[in-house]
Design a protein around this ligand. Structure first.
Ligand code: IMP
Ligand code: MG
Length: 213
């Protein structure tokens, strides 16, 4: 018998499940792991290669909306091999906490002037598209040379507004996901993989999903 297997205190892990988070309270709140760390990183490297080829000699500005994209942006820019700039905006959504009635307001604007610059908007997840529609209108009004969207996750089944997305990492079903920057009530952003929050974990906090940025 293999002694190290018998004595191991570590429970068997789901494939790709980060050992670091085995048995953690955060990971216990997930009903399933949707995308593992290696799968995420491999796809991001593909996006980075494509962006590097498409924007060669364009000196683009990558713009992200805080805070959900911070991990994706950090990993994506390290797979891009051409000169780029990076900037961030912050928004707040007001109004009733449903998917259709929020009002979007900027709470942090860009520091870089994007007039005549090639802008690539980097998003974590597109759900209804409401926030992004407002943001794109605002960015377009500043007359960039070009404006395109790169999203890591797309949930097109519940899209309320038509959006032209140039780069998509993963197309997902309409499930509330957390991890890799995405939160529920500000938790779970630090998980290095993406999982589905269990109904139990959602009901413990009683926040409607899809109401936050
Ligand atoms: P939209 O305006 O409905 O497209 O919402 C987009 C924003 O809602 C994203 O930038 C996220 O901050 C948040 N969001 C949408 N779906 C999820 C999810 O499944 N998990 C965590 N946050 C989400
Ligand atoms: Mg959020």
């Amino acid at each position: 018998m293999n002694k190290s297997t018998v004595d191991s205190p570590v429970q068997p892990l789901a494939p790709g499940f980060s050992k670091l988070f085995s048995g953690s309270a955060l990971a216990d709140d997930l009903s399933e792991i949707l995308i593992t760390e290696p799968v995420l990183q491999a796809r991001i490297a593909e996006l980075g290669a494509q962006i590097s080829a498409d924007y060669a000699d364009k000196d683009p500005v990558l713009v992200g909306v805080l805070r959900g994209m911070f991990i994706f942006m950090a990993d994506l820019v390290r797979t891009i091999t051409i000169p780029i700039s990076v900037d961030f905006i912050g928004i707040t959504r007001y109004g009733p906490s449903t998917r259709t009635h929020g009002i979007v307001r900027f709470v942090k604007d860009l520091d870089i002037c994007i007039q005549n610059r090639h802008v690539l908007f980097v998003e974590d997840v597109i759900d209804t598209g409401m926030s992004l529609r407002y943001i794109m209108q605002s960015l377009r009004a500043r007359h960039p040379a070009s404006l395109h969207i790169c999203t890591l996750f797309d949930k097109p089944r519940i899209r309320l507004f038509e959006l032209d997305v140039a780069y998509t990492g993963f197309v997902l079903p309409d499930k509330f996901i957390v991890g890799y920057g995405l939160d529920y009530d500000e938790r779970y952003r630090n998980l290095p993989f993406v999982g589905v929050l269990s109904d139990d974990a959602i009901s413990r906090r009683r926040l409607p999903v899809g109401s936050q940025t």
